[in-house]
Ligand binder design. Structure first.
Ligand code: ATP
Ligand code: PRP
Length: 213
């Protein structure tokens, strides 16, 4: 049995065509089913649905043999026990610093004032500001980061940006791109040894499809 961990939403949706290329069809729709283990047309392959941030943990501890996780999530997790053979180039966005439109970020950084930064991505944010030599107080949040500068909780946020629509809707502006983000295939290192052939085949097919894009 091969168990693949996916999160509902964009990762599931964007992984489906890759699975299809490998002849794997998920036979239940996660948006309508309450099941957390989804069968496929292949009796030896199943999909488990977990939170995006839990994908690396499931794969690390062997709750799933492989999974798909964003680079953002992998950097926060640390990647221990994971083999990361392939950038799938799906769920593309960027991680950026954003502030209120009326906040002078350049001046704040130049003056060396201590910035209050709210984010779900504390590891990446800490490293980013340390590299710039900017002193920050990090405030860990789990969602709705955009609200933090609007309510005075923070001066800046570090969040994911794609179209920029969410920032615009909340009167925030992107002032610095930290890195590009896409999702990777992650594999449990023990599973790679024990289930080498089927996993290798999947990696090869995913790789071919990904490179054609
Ligand atoms: N607007 C976006 N456009 C493209 N990719 C995105 C966007 N937002 C997030 N992603 C990528 O997709 C991944 C999954 O995002 P998703 O919104 O499904 O989960 P989440 O709500 O961030 O996670 P959790 O439910 O664990 O809090 C993220 O880890 C990121 O790599
Ligand atoms: O630049 P944009 O195209 O507006 O995308 C950016 C938004 O996308 C993500 O949220 P998502 O839509 O996944 O909502 P969620 O994390 O709350 O599920 C991210 O956390 C931003 O809020």
């Amino acid at each position: 049995m091969i168990t693949l961990a996916l999160s509902k939403g964009r990762i599931f949706d964007e992984t489906l065509p890759l699975l299809q290329a490998a002849g794997i069809e998920v036979t239940e729709d996660p948006e309508t089913s309450r099941k957390l283990i989804l069968p496929t047309n292949r009796p030896e392959v199943r999909v488990v649905l977990v939170r995006a941030t839990d994908v690396p943990t499931y794969v690390q501890y062997g709750g799933a043999d492989l999974g798909v996780a964003g680079k953002d999530v992998l950097l926060e997790h640390g990647g221990q026990g994971l083999y990361q053979p392939l950038d799938l180039r799906i769920a593309k966005c960027r991680m950026s610093v954003a502030v209120r439109a009326d906040f002078d970020y350049a001046a704040a950084v130049k003056q060396g004032s201590r910035l209050r930064v709210a984010t779900k991505y504390t590891t990446v944010a800490r490293q980013h500001f340390a590299d710039k030599g900017v002193h920050v107080d990090l405030i860990k949040l789990y969602g709705s980061m955009e609200l933090a500068p609007l309510t005075g909780l923070a001066d800046a946020i570090v969040d994911l940006v794609s179209t920029g629509g969410t920032l615009r809707a909340n009167n925030l502006v992107e002032v610095e791109k930290i890195m590009d983000i896409s999702s990777r295939l992650v594999v449990n290192q023990a599973a790679l040894k024990v289930k080498r052939e089927p996993i290798r085949r999947l990696i090869e097919i995913f790789s071919t499809v990904t490179q054609k894009r």
